[in-house]
Design a protein around this ligand. Sequence first.
Ligand SMILES: [Zn+2]
Length: 285
Amino acid sequence: MTYKGRFAPSPSGRLHFGSIVCAVAAFLRAKSQDGLCCLRIEDLDLERCKTGNTKAILDDLNTLGFVFDGEVLIQTQNTKRYLKQGDYLFTNNEAFYCSCTRALLKQRPCTCSSLHLEKSDNTALFYKVKNNKGSFNDALRGEVFVDNIQNTVCLIRKDGIISYNLACVTDDIDMGITEIVRGADLIDITPVQIEMYEAFKACKPNYLHIPLALMDENHKLSKQNHSKAALDLMAPEKVLIKALEFLNQDISNLHTLSCRQILQKAADRFTLSSINTTDKVISIN
Ligand SMILES: [Zn+2]
């Protein structure tokens, strides 16, 4: 089976260094195995994802020399599919509608799961998590154990916005993704996503969680932390080399090459085992 990976940024701003590390890792992991790497724009959270950001991200990726395979999947153009998958989980008793308000949930736990509520303007759809503990095999970390998993995971919010987990799992199944390379901040939700694959009767993919780039000991580099666009701080070639350095890859003889040549050469000599599993503080100024 051909390896098929993906990079799936959320366009809440231009690409920061942490996202570029993810893009580089996903791309090299695929290309080092003569595989495909697709691009998906996770723009469902409309409060965070402003129009225009998607183009800015596509421009940044283009400047960095990435050429992704197939058509770009834009999640806001695929909402009918997520609604259908949400209905499927509800019909199969894997999900339930909840009418609790936030104020009510502060006073008592939600019991809507046993009430068999129907879909309405006042209900949100939740996935019923089966196991509060789980484990999975990570290509970099080996067997990973997760406990204290929440009992329910939101699939569709009351305002109709599709939640991350429903869209992510649906797309990864539909796109035929064989391995998911992403940041270590998503380790904890992975057992729930694996359960959802089973609920959809789909084959689960492999997983590879790369370390996070941190601003300081406690903060992930992300757009919510107002991390600057990496390409505003450094030349694109330097950004790529810095990302490779973060991933402990061989960066010798790359300094005179173009972005595309850097990615090509880095894919040819990509070694998974060199990547650290611990998150690292990075200075990009
Ligand atoms: Zn409820």
